[in-house]
Design a protein around this ligand. Structure first.
Ligand SMILES: [Fe+2]
Ligand SMILES: [Fe+2]
Length: 316
């Protein structure tokens, strides 16, 4: 009996030991994954702030002749692309104010003097962008493309009060949009895609693009400073990616409707060429956005200093 009991006990022990070992392996794997994710995200943020300490952000106020004498189809006589860029511009002022509010909410939680300095510069640049695009949007209204109703709805959405616990999510939405704008800005400057535009509008969009590249990491660094969570960052990105198309489609259709161009096949063909076929801007944009998914992503991993140096004298 003893040997049999002993044998049964030994088998049970072996199974138990195997289960313990499996649990321990799973726990070690989980721990390794968690520490790898958290440490990598944190170290990426620290790396970012090290280069960030040398970053130069300049608040410029260009003198742009934005008045109703501007041509209606200011982008190389292409109404499709012009309407798309006007739709983008219609979103900017309220969007910029949302970014400023979501970053400012953490201003007093930041002890890093370099980051505090750059938050102030970020706010300065975004306020100027909002004001300048307001001026251009007023020109659109003067040209008969009234957007007042759209602005009222947008204001209602962007300014609706959010509970305090949603502040990190608001900030992560800002971080995602800042990534979208920096990818678009890089494309616009690298490809000189604004070359066919009227000089005043070219300067407006290139000035905005340049400053977006200068401050591209500020909101990101604030989020890393106060949260550092990959999940929070991706939640903001997903919300933004899902709604961005809607936010763009509404003003685009609004403007096309005002100009009685909604059913123009020429317009939609022009936009399809610009987005997918000839310039392939949308495809290039999606490719540029992808690095954001990496847990160690940081905006400064893409070095834009040469591009900024090339365009800074042009937009000053
Ligand atoms: Fe901006
Ligand atoms: Fe920005």
């Amino acid at each position: 009996m003893l040997p049999r009991l002993s044998k049964r006990k030994t088998t049970g022990d072996a199974v138990g030991e195997q289960m313990d070992e499996a649990h321990a392996r799973a726990a070690r794997a989980l721990e390794k994954w968690a520490s790898a994710t958290i440490v990598r995200v944190t170290s990426a943020a620290i790396d970012g702030r090290e280069t960030f300490a040398e970053r130069s952000i300049t608040v410029r106020v260009p003198d742009l002749p934005l008045d109703s004498a501007l041509p209606v189809d200011w982008y190389g006589g292409r109404p499709g692309v012009t309407c798309f860029l006007n739709a983008l511009g219609a979103l900017f002022p309220e969007g910029e104010r949302f970014f400023v509010r979501s970053v400012s909410a953490y201003r007093n939680d930041i002890d890093d003097p370099a980051l505090r300095r750059d938050i102030a510069k970020f706010i300065g640049q975004e306020v100027q962008h909002g004001g300048m695009h307001d001026r251009y949007n007023a020109v659109l209204c003067a040209q008969g493309i009234a957007l007042d109703g759209f602005f009222r709805v947008l204001r209602l959405i962007c300014r609706s009060p959010a509970p305090r616990f949603l502040r990190p999510l608001m900030l992560s939405i800002t971080v995602a949009v800042e990534h979208f704008t920096s990818v678009s800005a890089r494309l616009a400057l690298q490809l000189e895609s604004l070359a066919p535009a009227h000089p005043a509008l070219r300067q407006l969009f290139e000035w905005h693009a340049l400053e977006e590249l200068e401050h591209k990491a500020v909101a990101f660094d604030v989020l890393q400073y106060v949260s550092g969570s990959y999940i929070v960052r991706m939640a903001g990105f997903l919300l933004c990616a899902i709604h961005a198309w809607l936010f763009l489609a509404v003003p685009l259709l609004w403007i096309l409707a005002r100009r009685r161009l909604v059913f123009s096949t020429r317009i939609w063909w022009d936009l399809a060429c610009w987005a997918f076929l000839r310039e392939r801007m949308l495809l290039r944009f999606v490719k540029g956005v992808l690095p954001y998914f990496h847990p160690r992503f940081h905006p400064d991993q893409h070095d834009d200093r040469a591009l900024i140096a090339r365009f800074a004298p042009r937009v000053a």
